[in-house]
Write a protein that binds this ligand. Structure first.
Ligand code: DOR
Length: 446
């Protein structure tokens, strides 16, 4: 009998756990059903992938989509629209919204808002605060929860866990991974006059200096070891932190961002002004080179875009009153494919950083690899497509990217989520049908 699938991806080169293979992929009921030569099998839909490379669905584990409360910058619909257009199949969204995502009610409100409005699968972080520290073990079990997020230093919004005793309480309650923004708050406060006196974002890496980041990272790692808690240090930006973290990989996982791997001070501040301002800051080439070495050596587990949109009007305020953050969810894949093209990392390593890495460190169920039984999530890329990133492609409500005008080689051509073609060649196919991501450590009975 001729086999029938809901979808067949025909003849592409797929990055599977067995390596790069030219194969057909058959999908049924949203899952991968067969990989290999499917011969005369029929498909309700058939995608000719002969000129494309098929990656497992790429996952962006750090985005700020601003809903509720800051929807003038972004919302779940526009944020996930950018994700789908950029070849991202799932996002993990941060809790510094208004209100903050620090209670079950606020968390479930986000899940409700996401229903029928997200273009990609989604999970949300619970924000840690002094007020909810003792309840985190319960909160982290909510379906759709990616884990706990801690801001050790003030950034956008009011979330803050500045002292070791509160951080110790946070780490002592619960078992899931705690993602930490590591900048030392007392040092940030002490050094803010540097930014005020300079009045130019070129001073941003001096205000929020290496010691500010290293001090917080060291404190977080010591407390993680004391409590036995698995901790993920977000957007690591310095050579010194990478050297330190390399010796603590048992409990600690590491993220860096495409923008820290691509931009460098002082050039980025001269060219982009406050549009290059983010926390922790873009630093000079010494640090950027060290981040690349940490990508090469395996110290880095995942890349996150830290998509953090602000309107142009907000960004145009004089530094340091200008808010920190830049868009990124839509440019993550094009930028990194361009780095692959330039030989800075392999495509296999990129898949490790954006699919298997996220699945491994957050215990994602059924995603992160092209394997039978897994969700049929795919990012189809054309490794040779030469394109130019531009502001007018950007779906974010903020409407800009720091990479406007950059020529890249390599482009996401299709986004397929649980067997549904959500984006093909820059076109979206609705309605939005994103679902909460499942985690093996919150499945009932697990
Ligand atoms: O630059 C940043 N912007 N860093 C953060 O940690 C927060 C983010 C935001 O939400 O704007």
């Amino acid at each position: 009998m001729v086999q029938h699938f809901d979808l067949i991806l025909k003849g592409g080169i797929a990055l599977t756990p067995a390596g790069r293979v030219r194969a057909d992929i058959g999908v049924a009921n949203g899952r991968i059903k067969a990989i290999g030569d499917l011969g005369v099998a029929t498909g309700t839909e058939i995608v000719d992938a002969t000129h494309l490379t098929i990656l497992p669905g790429l996952i962006d584990t750090q985005v700020h989509f601003r809903e509720p409360g800051l929807d003038h910058k972004e919302d779940l619909e526009t944020g996930t629209r950018g994700a789908a257009l950029g070849g991202i199949t799932a996002i993990f969204e941060m809790p510094n919204t208004k209100p903050t995502t620090t209670s079950a009610a606020a968390f479930n409100d986000k899940l409700d808002r996401a229903r029928g409005r997200t273009w990609v699968d989604h999970a949300f972080f619970i924000g840690a605060a002094a007020e909810n520290a003792d309840k985190l073990a319960e909160l982290e079990q909510l379906p759709g929860c990616a884990g706990i997020k801690v801001f050790m230093g003030s950034s956008t919004g009011s979330l803050l866990v500045a002292d070791d005793s509160t951080l110790g309480r946070v780490l002592g309650h619960g078992r899931r991974r705690v993602a930490i923004h590591a900048e030392d708050e007392p040092r940030l406060i002490e050094r803010r006059p540097i930014a005020e006196a300079a009045g130019h974002p070129g001073a941003h890496p001096e205000w929020r200096d290496v010691e500010t980041a290293l001090k917080a990272t060291t404190r977080a790692v010591r407390l993680a070891e004391a409590t036995g808690r698995r901790v993920h240090i977000l957007h690591v930006t310095t050579e010194e932190e990478m050297e330190f973290l390399a010796d603590h990989k048992d409990l600690i996982t590491v993220e860096t961002t495409p923008q820290h791997l691509t931009l460098a001070a002082p050039e980025c501040y001269d060219r982009l002004g406050t549009y290059a301002q983010m926390n922790p800051p873009i630093r000079d080439a010494r640090h950027r080179d060290a981040l690349w070495r940490a990508v090469a050596s395996g110290v880095v587990d995942v890349l996150g875009s830290d998509h953090a949109p602000h309107t142009r009007e907000e960004k145009d305020r004089p530094y340091p009153d200008s808010p920190s953050g830049m868009t990124g969810v839509q440019t993550l894949v094009p930028l990194m494919l361009d780095h692959v093209h330039a030989g800075r990392l392999t495509l296999e390593r990129l898949v490790d950083l954006l699919a298997s890495g996220p699945a491994r460190i957050y215990n994602i169920a059924g995603k992160g690899r092209i394997a039978v039984g897994y969700d049929a999530d795919f990012t189809l890329v054309d490794l040779n497509a030469a394109r130019t990133i531009s502001n007018d492609q950007i779906a974010s409500r903020s409407g800009w990217t720091p990479f406007d005008g950059m020529k890249v080689t390599g482009w996401p051509m299709a986004t397929i989520i649980r067997g549904r073609i959500v984006m093909y060649d820059g076109q979206l196919f609705g309605p939005p049908t994103g679902q909460p991501v499942r985690f093996t450590d919150t499945i009932p009975g697990a």
